[in-house]
Unconditional design. Structure first.
Length: 225
């Protein structure tokens, strides 16, 4: 018999994630204090903030996935304006894109309403843009439109596009072992899981990927019914 039960391990893991998130919040406050003392280092401050935000984002994903696995999480579905969701994402991502010499474009159909968990969808879109920054050359685009009964949030880039072997693995990740076997990262696994938690009548949310970006590279489509 192991020294720690599965339930105890899960509780310790959740507690550790919370502690790490608290530590990152303290680091962010320290960065803010240092930026006031050394205003000339604004670019370095932005990079540090973006990296700590990225780590906090990953920890949030781990915590949500843990709660889903423990059947202790339910999405908070409500009516939201799609354009507001995109604006929230832009507020987080524009600075990092600028530091990385990338231009972040956006577009959204007018009066587009989305029934979703706002925090989860915003987190998912931030994740997709962070992923796009790894491959984009100069441009990234985020958009929202109505497509076949889904609100389609699309993140596109002008990079080399996705390799063929990844395009054949759709729908995306079905279980955690695919993370290793198909080289999917935690971020895409999280986005795919969040998509599938959104349901409306016979429709279930999904994450699709292809190389049909208007910018010439990869396109990730988060479809919310």
């Amino acid at each position: 018999m192991g020294l720690v039960s599965t339930a105890e391990f899960h509780a310790v893991l959740a507690s550790a994630v919370h502690e790490l998130k608290n530590s990152l919040s303290n680091v962010n406050r320290l960065i803010q204090d240092l930026s006031e003392l050394y205003p000339e280092s604004n670019q370095e401050k932005l990079l540090l903030e973006c990296e700590t935000n990225r780590m906090n984002n990953y920890l949030s994903q781990l915590l949500v996935l843990y709660k889903i696995e423990a059947d202790a999480f339910k999405p908070r579905i409500d009516e939201h304006i799609a354009e507001d969701i995109i604006l929230d994402v832009l507020a987080v991502q524009e600075a990092l894109c600028s530091v990385n010499k990338l231009t972040l474009h956006s577009s959204c159909e007018e009066n587009l309403l989305c029934y979703c968990d706002n925090d989860l969808v915003t987190n998912a879109l931030n994740t997709l843009i962070q992923n796009a920054q790894r491959y984009a050359i100069a441009h990234i685009k985020i958009s929202a439109s109505l497509q076949d009964g889904y609100i389609a949030f699309c993140v596109e880039d002008d990079g080399p596009g996705l390799p063929e072997k990844l395009l054949h693995h759709q729908p995306l990740v079905k279980n955690p072992t695919d993370l290793k076997n198909n080289n999917f990262g935690l971020g895409l696994y999280f986005v795919s899981t969040i998509a599938q938690m959104h349901k409306n009548s016979t429709k279930t949310g999904q994450l699709q990927m292809d190389n049909l970006s208007e910018l010439g590279g990869a396109r990730f489509s988060l479809l919310i019914p």
